[in-house]
Design a protein around this ligand. Sequence first.
Ligand code: SF4
Length: 226
Amino acid sequence: MENNYKLSPSDLTFLWDECRRCFYLKVVRKFNRPSMVFPKIFSTIDLLMKDFFYELPADEISPELPPGRVAYASKWVYSESISFPNRSSSCYIRGIFDTVLEFDDGSFAVVDFKTTKPKPEHISFYSRQLNAYSYSLENPNPGKFSLSPITKMGLLCVEPVSMNRTENGNLAYEGDVTWLECPKDDNSFLDFLDTVLAVLDSPDPPMANPNCGFCQYRENARQTGF
Ligand code: SF4
């Protein structure tokens, strides 16, 4: 049977880099690693940022951006089926983007909010996730949400640096804000997906990451019989 793998933009970024075996087991065998505790405060900060920026002018994100406004937040993307000439299997992308800007010239930008100190390596690392959203918006499954053309992508990084007392007596974090533009490159992204399908089409999962505590725990349990 030909496979049409469902891929999530965040798994293509985090899980793929962390461990190909876990990625394979999740996508092909539907066997998920136990979810890790993700502090709720980061989801709350993420929501606050989306609410704060919604409908603001694009230059509130960065003065480097063309005129426009923050137009969409937290919407599902669902790409068309993506196939390659040398493979019988295919894939599609499903996920939820953070924010999309609409510029006055009718083009769009995909933006992800990060509570982090910006680093140059974030650009290549997160470009995969942003390219996945961008590709899905420009090449949607029929009837699914679409936007085109996507001309820009980037990260809005907020790094908490100080705390102040507000007029009503609350405390407020202050953050340094940095815009990191990421390159949009559909061809490199499709080459990457071809590599991903090569792994997923293997009859057996790849080797596990030797530094992962989960698999070490499983191995210890096997050896000790606990
Ligand atoms: S090493 Fe094991 S548990 Fe850890 S990420 Fe890989 S397959 Fe998953």
